[in-house]
Ligand binder design. Sequence first.
Ligand code: ADP
Ligand code: MG
Length: 930
Amino acid sequence: MDVTRPIAADDTGASPAPGRGAPKAADDVGRITPMMEQYIEIKAANPDCLLFYRMGDFYELFFNDAEIASRALGIVLTKRGKHLGRDIPMCGVPIERADEYLHRLIALGHRVAVCEQLEDPAEARKRGAKSVVRRDVVRLVTAGTLTEDSLLDARSNNYLLALARARASAEEDRFALGWIDISTGEFLVGECDRATLAAEIARIEPGEIIVSDAFYSDHEFAPYLRSLPAVMPLTRDIFDGATAERRLAAFFGVATTASFGAFSRVELTAAAAAVTYIERTQVGKHPPLSPPIREAAGATLTIDAATRSNLELIRTLGGERRGSLLAAIDRTVTAAGSRLLAQRLAAPLTDPAEIGQRFDAVSAFVGDGVARADLRERLKAAPDLARALTRIVIGRGGPRDLAAICDGIFAAAAIAARIAALPDLPRDLTRSVEALRRPDGALAAELGRALADELPAFRRDGGFVRAGYEPALDEARALRDEARRVIAALQVRYADTTGIRSLKIRHNNVLGYFVDVTAQHGEKLLAVPLNATFIHRQTLAGQVRFTTTELGELEAKIANAADRALALELEIFDRLAAAVGAASVAIQQAADALAVTDVASALASLAVERDYVRPAVDDSLAFAITAGRHPVVEQALASDGGPFVANDCDLSSPPPPHPPALAEEGKEGAGRIWLMTGPNMAGKSTFLRQNALIAVLAQMGSFVPARAARIGVVDRLFSRVGAADDLARGRSTFMVEMVETAAILNQAGERALVILDEIGRGTATFDGLSIAWATIEHLHENNRCRALFATHFHEMTALAAKLPRLHNATMRVKEWQGEVVFLHEVVPGAADRSYGIQVAKLAGLPASVIERAKLVLAQLEAEDRVSPARKLIDDLPLFAAAWPAAPQAPGDSARNALIEALVALHPDEMSPRDALEALYALKAQLAKLR
Ligand code: ADP
Ligand code: MG
């Protein structure tokens, strides 16, 4: 409905419910009431928001907004007046429940403009009977700009992300991201290219994304942008590069942004767009943002969206926190600590020195259990400083937020003392101690003196200032309370003089104070002589109500005293809030330090509790895990009582062969690939994932579930599951699997870590095998990265004969009385068979089916004596077509022969004597090589 057109409505509607106004409308077409005029004007200025129009104790919605909200919230749709002969739909939300309704509307993707009354209705009446209360929008509530605890998850950040594009050349687009958590003041900026854009967005997980109109309608990006939740296209001026620097500087009240760091133009554009949007949504209120921190490209481990969900880092494939890596490792005791842990897990580092600093902080707490326990007790009591601070600074804070600042500053000081007592403080903790001591103790003491022990939720409730803090307030309260006592005495006196024992003086919002008697006594007060004192106000079914001159005077006195008391309290509140605002930088830094301390000590607790070790992280291409475990499965098994079998993994780049002349030319430093075979349910997927998770944990600065670990920094992590295994994503199509595999083969470099689980499974056997085969070759020859590849195509193990850095490994399985027993142990070699029938038997397939399957298998095996893969290896010169062969180094073929001889050995089937002989033979072959 077009609300900008004049409405016509009748003025004969029922009078509004108490405390609940409604627009009065005129009955002649074309004329509208001043209130509707005001509504329409405000609505026109906020066309893409639902308008919450404040009327008394309600926010009212009209027209289309009312229809949308009543459907979304399940509240009654009423009507008020008419527009062009049709009823105006209306619905209302009581202010005390507004947060709850806002929450639901935002979750459904709506944006809400909150329009408040900016003056007392009495003020408006002074201007004349027809004047309308001044109103305006004080805030836009959008998914990315929330500040209330009731609208936010305490344990996760809620970012607004501004995305800007710079068109360097047709194929060289650069992108900048500026992201802000308004509720905590965090502000980051970074640049990326097209290949990593989606991964960056997946990492930040913004609650809302803003882009320019032009970018949003770009035919190339439109489909992607539209697939993201809560994307808001905005007019060009917000993304104007020419004014960006100036807008950003103005927001922070500085002359230039140079002191924040060197930003590219497109970074400035994104950062400025983010703050401009914050300014617009907060309508002039200035949240305490930290200056933007520039994140250097490549500073964090790139993990694309598919890998994140596949590895279940922050939540499971089912979307829950429970069962994720985050849930398994989270031992934090504060909301801010929990948020920081999630941030670190989402963005592991790539600089070994920085990672080492984080390990040092964890180590400091691992050593001293008593100090750790004590510290964590104190942390537990620390409030969420950052979010309380934001609310106070933008005028949305309550008394409890002030108390949080007070408690937080005291807690920070106590925690600083506790940490400072630890020996040999590492860098991060030294910094934390400094930051924790920064907020002014005098401010906290003042807050402590001012605030009462029991605090109301809202300022408007009053009663939060401690008695004795402010003499004028004490006086006003005494007056108010004294008058209440006088009223109590009055009730006794009236009961005596009238002889009505049951006479009561009561109070409600409509009548104020009144004398209340039952109907049968009412007659007496209405008659001479008592009617000279008692003035009739209201007759209800069983009750008659009166007032008296004396009561009226007392009531005015009480109201005055109460008003004065509240006004004084609000004044005190504003004074304290201003003092807190002035200290916001120090408070924010202390809040950050509390989070850092919480995370370091929580990771230390985890390490001690679950026996994790400090990994060595360096610039090499090593990946050597000794006795690694899966952090999530291990804990799940522990609660069932089962032991988790630890396994080694070594994907380290092999040492250069001796003499160096034998080195493959120009191909030093490539990682190993482990090819995992073994029956279903043997533990392949678990093993693959545990190694990826160990890399993530190490680079985020956590100890790892292993006996020892050495990891050369990984720059990109990829994990894919073949379509048939990928049920939970609900789109198990082979196409998706191939698109994702393509991304890996095109993007993974030497520092990448690649996990491929049953790739090629989503299609017919020969197709699948061929794709898996070619994929391994490409990984080995072109990507040259460290990789783990699980497959049920046993034929592929033959590849080890040709690919020197391919290592066959399998899951040990025991057959015992015809049953298969999984040992979950990774051993070198290839699975000789798939045990599919044994697994089927375990699963309870009917015995007749199992017997029949065995017969069929025996027949098939008899017909297929010569392995087709063996033939493939012989017939298909590996790299001939796909890429230029490496120059044949002398001795290459001899070395391959040696490897083949090794592969041909089956230690399990050899007698000790055979084994010894084989060893001699190998040594002899080696001698020829050297
Ligand atoms: P696959 O991929 O080979 O079919 P999974 O990795 O899915 O096998 O493992 C199947 C189950 O075996 C897991 O759910 C887990 O309970 C158990 N399991 C796997 N690895 C181990 C291990 N190392 N120690 C103990 N149990 C394990
Ligand atoms: Mg599996």
